[in-house]
Design a protein around this ligand. Sequence first.
Ligand SMILES: Cc1cc2nc3c(=O)[nH]c(=O)nc-3n(C[C@H](O)[C@H](O)[C@H](O)COP(=O)(O)O)c2cc1C
Length: 328
Amino acid sequence: MMVNLSTKYAGLNLRNPIIAASSSLSSTSEGVRRLAEAGAGAVVLKSLFEEQMQAEAKYLDQVFEPGWHPEAREYVGRLGMEIGPREYLKLVEEAKKTVSIPIIASLNCISPKWWVNYANQIEEAGADAIELNISLMPSDPNLRSQDIEQLFLKIFEEVKAVVDIPLMVKIGPYFTSLAWMAKELDKRGVSALVLFNRFYQLDIDVDKLKITHGHRFSSPEEMSLPLRWIALLRGRVKCDLVASTGVHDGFGVIKQLLVGATAVQICSTLYLKGIKQINLILEEIESWMKTHNFDSINQIRGKLSQLQSDQPEVYERLQYIKAMVGIE
Ligand SMILES: Cc1cc2nc3c(=O)[nH]c(=O)nc-3n(C[C@H](O)[C@H](O)[C@H](O)COP(=O)(O)O)c2cc1C
């Protein structure tokens, strides 16, 4: 029995639903080539951070202002601005020349200011799509949740107005009403929602009494959050839904497809187990599909979404009731 893993994602043709997520693995065309050779269906390039755009317009001594995204700070410092906005356009062009799978550029936005002209240049450089990684730290107690939500939508609208290629938005899970935000982005024509970004995490070194970074990589348990939200949103928004966070193996991918994901992004597992993991994941999916007599991804997608489930209430359960009986 032949298994067909190909899928359409945001109008792009993918040979399989595994997308290499934005990370340093995709910050060079050589990295992109390796990911494509390892079997990825598409690659999201390393994000260009808004701080990098600002830095190009300022002097380097102004670069490390407080409040910067910690990863951007580290990244910019380490590369000495080697990968600035101009180099990023070159990366898009080179990646497109190097591989035949779709290349998705990634812009990390905290305001609409820089991206409008630039998104246009990314499109001209040949990117197949743009993923806006919108991450706003809601730490200002004077900002209402509506203010922050409006900023999210403004960033999306302004970029959307100037590009013709598919525009995805990658968000974190921290919204009071995630379903509302998803619906509003959907109404404005988002091609896909990537659920979820996993933000930089903090920890404390108790010997040095210093702040240090927490777990850089996800663990498989973390995939239950995107699983629930994809199940809830499937059929309620028109855009595609993409799982990201905690998918480490083929079964993780199958579960996300079953609740309704169009495609699945993976990152931590590629760092922890190497990019050969893409092929192992594809083999696991194929073998599971053969065992269960499915020959295409479309046959499994959404079978266990809330709308198709015979136990829809389970997806909205927040409290442990029976699950803890005997443990407490
Ligand atoms: C080293 C590293 C670098 C990353 N860089 C980016 C980035 O530039 N842009 C972005 O949107 N996400 C970035 N991410 C987040 C990943 O794309 C992904 O969303 C996250 O790791 C969750 O997926 P996972 O559980 O498969 O790792 C990075 C993650 C890691 C571990």
